[in-house]
Design a protein around this ligand. Structure first.
Ligand SMILES: Nc1ncnc2c1ncn2[C@@H]1O[C@H](COP(=O)(O)OP(=O)(O)O)[C@@H](O)[C@H]1O
Ligand SMILES: [Mg+2]
Length: 229
């Protein structure tokens, strides 16, 4: 489903090129629940952004469901993101003036689905993440954990095959982080959605089925667990 070959990313800082990814190779299968683990600065965000077509590599290829994303036009990349990929961010990235319902509805407004079906899908996924009572709350009327649940509902409402989550629990206390991980795990099992999340937190790694270790822009480790938490 996701195949990454010899991925390099250099950032230019003034006259200097900084190599953030230095030859990353991996394959992530459909339905995996995988963590990309590494310290701050190891290249996790860069890798997720390139897999999600939010950024381009300096060299190397990313295939999503057999499509070489490097050959896509900007519009085709936007379509791929819109139809197949959901994003969850460390800082939730909800729109403050919109309610939970309205935030989750946004991805559907970008698709050509019918609006009466949209309402059911939005309510359905908000129920799925345990927020049936919070449809009309705005982000600042919810806890961090509730906001991240809204963000997860927003990522999943269009039933993407792939969800990329960049340190999704970094701004949550450990109890709430556990709840969010259990929710993502439940959604992964129920919908067979592939989850790739980055982290530097052991708690998060405990939940992963597979941990890809990243250091200084290179994969240094790749372990699968028989029995994740
Ligand atoms: N836009 C940028 N310009 C220059 N350097 C960057 C940029 N984004 C990230 N970097 C550098 O690339 C390295 C990897 O960053 P990042 O992918 O954000 O790592 P992580 O998410 O693991 O903390 C870091 O050393 C960071 O400083
Ligand atoms: Mg990061």
């Amino acid at each position: 489903m996701v195949e990454v070959n010899e991925l390099h990313k250099d950032y230019r800082v003034g006259k200097v090129l900084f190599p953030a990814l230095r030859g990353v190779n991996t394959v992530i299968q459909d339905g995996e629940f995988t963590a990309i683990a590494g310290p701050s600065g190891s290249g996790k965000t860069t890798l997720l952004n390139i897999i999600g077509c939010l950024d381009s590599p300096t060299s190397g290829t990313v295939y999503i469901d057999g499509t070489d994303t490097g050959t896509l036009t900007t519009r085709e990349k936007a379509n791929l993101r819109k139809n197949q990929i959901g994003f969850v961010f460390q800082t939730f990235n909800l729109i403050p003036v919109l309610t939970a319902f309205e935030n989750v509805e946004i991805p559907l407004l970008l698709l050509d689905t019918k609006t009466d079906e949209n309402k059911d899908r939005v309510v359905g996924i908000l129920e799925e993440v345990g927020l049936a009572e919070y449809l009309h709350r705005k982000p600042n009327e919810m806890s961090g954990g509730q906001q991240q649940r809204v963000a997860i509902a927003r990522a999943l409402v269009k039933r993407p095959s792939l969800v990329l989550a960049d340190e999704p629990t970094a701004n949550l206390d450990s109890t709430t982080a556990r709840e969010i991980l259990e929710l993502m795990q439940e959604l992964n099992r129920k919908f067979h959605t592939t989850f790739v999340f980055s982290t530097h937190d052991q708690l998060v790694m405990d939940y992963a089925e597979r941990i890809i270790g990243l250091r200084d822009g290179m994969i240094v480790d790749d372990k699968r667990k028989e029995t994740p938490a």
